[in-house]
Design a binder for this molecule. Structure first.
Ligand code: F6P
Length: 319
């Protein structure tokens, strides 16, 4: 394979740039030409394609966001546009594609792979919701962003004897809440994988107060059915404790990637190009048990995220 393309798609994640750098520089080192496609799969449909050089990915390893920009593409869900994407790739002579993104982007990649384009997916999403890999690029940075926030909220929450509900991202996956909850010593963790009982939560908060706790930190994943506003209202009504909500939102998607995310991104980006170089398409790279792996792309999309109950139980025990 002599000419490959690379794009970042879906919600951006810290470490996407590091992965891009690894893709471009590994490709160039293997005497391939590397083309960058801007604005993800949407940009591919519009032919937003430029040749990348060694220096076009200089000084980006530490930067959040993605220099290739990102987008979500509704058009790409339609077969006629998937066919159109193949035509564009062929017109540019692009023989293989690296897609850095989450499950929506991988699904788009699979549509291309089924049309004969060798595609390798690199998991770039803060959600950590892809079941075939232990970690996705950006997750560690997002968790650290939330940890920083928890420490700050703990200060003010204690000063005012308040309860605070922190709603974190993750779509249908509770991993950001789970990891930040354990690492940040949250009093309660509410995630979509475990049914939450608001009445029980109120009783526990009251119990904590009577036991001398000066604050209650409740970390709630956005995928939990009960809305944050409703939760705050119920907590105040039932416990009489002043309660606030904090929703960090897109802050979790920005910032310089942690060392761990930079490592993961570099290793996975390099591996993705090696696979294309060896003519292996329709793969997804990941990490399992500390080792970089690759699995069939369709299989990667099928594997459900296993829920780590041990982490949850430990967090409950330590709170
Ligand atoms: O997938 C990353 C993510 O940030 C999710 O955690 C969140 O639910 C979603 O994207 C937000 O999407 P958008 O950027 O389209 O608002």
């Amino acid at each position: 394979m002599k000419r490959i393309g690379v794009l970042t798609s879906g919600g951006d994640a810290p470490g996407m740039n590091a992965a891009l750098r690894a893709v471009v520089r590994t490709g160039l080192s293997l005497d391939m030409e590397v083309y960058g496609i801007t604005h993800g799969l949407a940009g591919l449909l519009d032919g937003e394609i430029e040749k990348m050089t060694w220096s076009s990915v200089g000084d980006i390893l530490h930067r959040g966001g993605t220099i290739l920009y990102s987008a979500r593409s509704k058009r790409f869900l339609e077969e006629k546009w998937q066919d159109h994407a193949v035509t564009i790739l062929k017109t540019f002579g692009i023989e293989g594609l690296v897609i850095i993104g989450g499950n929506g982007s991988f699904a788009g990649g699979l549509a291309l792979a089924k049309r004969g384009i060798p595609v390798v997916g690199v998991p770039g999403t803060i959600d950590n919701d892809l079941g075939y890999t232990d970690f996705t690029i950006g997750f560690d940075t997002a968790v650290n962003t939330v940890l920083d926030l928890i420490s700050k909220i703990r200060d003010t929450s204690t000063s005012h004897d308040r309860a605070t509900v922190i709603e974190v991202m993750g779509r249908h996956c509770g991993d950001i809440a789970l990891h930040a909850g354990l690492g940040g010593g949250a009093d309660f963790i509410l995630i979509p994988e475990i049914e939450s009982d608001i009445r029980k939560l109120c009783m526990e908060v009251l119990k904590g107060k009577h036991a001398g706790k000066r604050h209650s930190l409740i970390i709630k994943a956005e995928g939990v059915e009960l809305s944050t506003d409703e939760m705050v209202r119920t907590l105040e009504d039932v416990t009489g404790i002043e309660t606030r909500a904090v929703v960090p939102g897109y802050i979790q998607r920005g910032g310089s990637p942690t060392g761990r995310d930079r490592m993961l991104a570099s290793l996975m980006g390099g591996k993705a190009v090696r696979l294309l170089y060896d003519d292996e398409g329709s793969r997804a790279v990941g990490i399992s048990g500390g080792k970089i792996i690759s699995v069939d792309l369709e299989e990667a999309l099928r594997i459900e995220r296993p829920f780590n109950k041990e982490i949850f139980d430990l967090a409950v025990m330590l709170s």
